[in-house]
Design a protein around this ligand. Sequence first.
Ligand SMILES: Cc1ncc(C[n+]2csc(CCOP(=O)(O)OP(=O)(O)O)c2C)c(N)n1
Ligand SMILES: [Mg+2]
Length: 581
Amino acid sequence: MGTVEPQIAAAGDAQAKLTDGFQLVIDALKLNGIDTIYGLPGIPITDLTRRAQGEGMRVLAFRHEQSAGYAASIAGFLTQKPGICLTVSAPGFLNGLNALAHATVNCFPMILISGSSEREIVDLQQGDYEEMDQLAIAKPVAKAAYRVLHAEDIGVGIARAIRAAVSGRPGGVYLDLPAKLFAQSIDSELGRKTLIKVVDAAPRQIPAPEAVKRAVELLRSAKKPLIILGKGAAYAQCDAEIRELVEKTGIPYLPMSMAKGLLPDTHELCASAARSFALPGADVVMLIGARLNWLLSHGKGKTWGGKGSKDWGGQKFVQVDISPLEADSNVRIDAPLVGDIGSCVAALLQEIKPGWSKPPAEWLNAVAEKKSGNVAKMAETLAKNPTPMNFHSALNVVRDIVKANPEAMFVNEGANALDFTRSIVDMYRPRKRIDVGTWGIMGVGMGYCVAAAVATKQQVIAVEGDSAFGFSGMEVETICRYNLPVCIVIMNNNGVYKGTDKDPTGRDPAPTVFVKGARYDRLMEAFGGAGVQATTPAELRKAMEEAIRSRRPTLINAVIDETAGTESGRITSLNPTAKKK
Ligand SMILES: Cc1ncc(C[n+]2csc(CCOP(=O)(O)OP(=O)(O)O)c2C)c(N)n1
Ligand SMILES: [Mg+2]
């Protein structure tokens, strides 16, 4: 290992029994089954990355900490183990902070470990190299934040960080490791004894029997029940039980974006294509790992059949959630069911006895009818082959490719590139679709691609808006460097939402437009991957098939009609524009 060998090991017998901060961090992570680090080296953590790699950990080095952070966050979602992001102090830490906040908001278990500068100097604000009170800054966006000052506390620090990240409602945890800590030496036997192998890091939380009964009673009383599956349900990895619950009760369900594929989108009870009928029509709604936030119009307003924008639609709610604080966050929850999703769903299944009567045929037929009407309409649109290619004709190809490769991981970000894809591309397996999440955040794309490939070893397909891609585009080098089976399709409409805006004064390009006819495919070629320009669905299909056959890093620049998108995609209504023209 040459220079990466701890100095102490080579320094003779008397010192050979010492260990140091670097080593204890690595030992503590490994002891807890954490084998991958997503990060970016520099002072004071360069040697930590080297030595972790030397000790057999997978250390994936990115071009920007934000991508490393997003990678760690989604690795946490996919594996139920905290994803580790490792950064340098102040600027590196701040670059990773966005992902930490993202993890907390999305309930992904992640630990941001950042090196930091000398406490004495930082606290007296004497101007240290990369001086910053990182712990204080991380706290408001983290589920928990800790600092370790002494080598003998590393075991406790890592254990606390792991528990905080994965127990209860998962989230982002910050762990501050000052530069001085890494070089501290202690007796290795003593050090070993300070390490903690966390027992039952995410304990099951069993729901109260009376809460289960209340929930089932409410469901039983429903004439028009609906189930909504959120990404919490996908995270829980109790896929068979959730499927059983849906099928046993015969209740139509709506998957939120990252819950798509928990049951196949083609399932007869999937009501996605009838969403705008099912939400206002339902009388009892059971939320499973889904929050009534903006993505569900806060459970009220016109989406839910309310008269005004804030009026209750009259639905009663069962809410299955690990957090007792979630209920009543937006509207009254008549039957909160608090516990881990696996335990709650199992308890519901117990309580739903044989002889359970399925929802009234009238409701089921109405949903099915609405659905088949919309599916037929969509099929018509998808069958068109306009020139230039538009979102629909391109996504019709992606839809086929995903159907033929249901195990592939699917990354998606953008505005139109996101919204059209979510509704057009069916998912068939749980936890395959990973996207912009709760915030509708741009920039997760390439970090997600790396983590998805590393954590699942599956082919990755990414559908990216040209703007969305730009946030993390440099990571195509990372993808090429690790030779990951990632196929990126850029929906290139020359800009944010579309490419047709003009500066009213005629001086500059409009803020929403990019260089016309940009060749993103050549970016991939610069690093040895395959770059393809596709102007027709046939070219796109051929390129995607080849990417998947070869498992080579591939970027396809899909040239989309620049007039095809709409402002803000599907969330135009959230975009404030002056009432006065
Ligand atoms: C971090 C961040 N910055 C800015 C935005 C605002 N925003 C939403 S979608 C989007 C890009 C949309 O353009 P593109 O990805 O090309 O998708 P298109 O609609 O053109 O298909 C932007 C900048 C955001 N959601 N997140
Ligand atoms: Mg665009």
